[in-house]
Design a protein around this ligand. Structure first.
Ligand code: TYD
Length: 203
């Protein structure tokens, strides 16, 4: 018997754009109207994700290439592990994911072209392309923002985030699936409404 597939919805944007809040609100809403959904994120909360957090906090160091590779390892594990994204989707669960491969392109190309990091991500993209990417657009990174963990991470500088913003444009133009750009620099209620309208078109 053919299994029903759930939808894979990804949120992207600069640090501080409100992704985490909007993922949560969307997930609660979908469940409240009977569309079974779960929320997840990258870096994941598993061992590789925890290791990535140590690099991101600056506690330990490696090369930008090493970090790029580890994000891909974490992503492939997220997708293919027992109980991972593919299995959940095959069981008809809808997934709301806070960041996916477009973040790799925007943040991890550093000494390379965006094509370099896109190609590194090819296996993940072929295994699982989002049904919809919701890009939450803000004009610039808010430097005074305190992250969810209460500490600054290595990418949280104005200069780096300006590069990330440009690279997101390239990432979106390379992305083969559907995406919407929603301005997140507005009243949260309006953003919630626009996100819902776009996502409900999938069902
Ligand atoms: P996130 O948890 O969204 O940040 P926060 O909760 O602090 O707003 O993401 C953590 C950082 O990981 C963010 O700076 C972007 C970075 N990142 C990459 O560099 N590459 C990737 O592939 C992903 C998924 C995230």
């Amino acid at each position: 018997m053919e299994k029903r597939r759930g939808k894979f919805i990804v949120f992207e944007g600069l640090d501080g754009c409100g992704k985490t809040f909007h993922c949560k609100v969307l997930c609660e809403y979908l469940n409240s109207i009977g569309i079974k959904s779960i929320q997840t994120c990258e870096p994941t909360k598993d061992e590789m994700g925890k290791l990535l957090r140590r690099y991101l906090s600056g506690e330990i160091e490696t090369s930008p290439e090493g970090i790029a590779g580890l994000f891909i390892a974490d992503r492939l594990d997220h997708i293919t592990k027992k109980g991972g994204l593919l299995e959940l989707l095959d069981n008809g669960v809808n997934i709301i994911c806070d960041r996916y491969y477009l973040s790799s392109i925007a943040y991890n190309a550093q000494n390379h072209s965006t094509e370099w990091v896109y190609n590194l991500n090819k296996t993940a993209i072929d295994l699982l392309t989002p049904d919809l990417v919701v890009f939450l657009d803000i004009p610039s990174f808010k430097e005074d923002r305190i992250s969810s963990r209460g500490e600054k991470e290595i990418y949280e500088t104005q200069e780096y985030q300006q590069m990330v913003k440009q690279r997101y444009e390239e990432a979106l133009s390379m992305h083969k699936g559907a995406y919407v750009k929603i301005s997140s620099n507005r009243d949260k209620k309006d953003v919630v409404k626009d996100v819902r309208n776009e996502v409900l078109k999938l069902f």
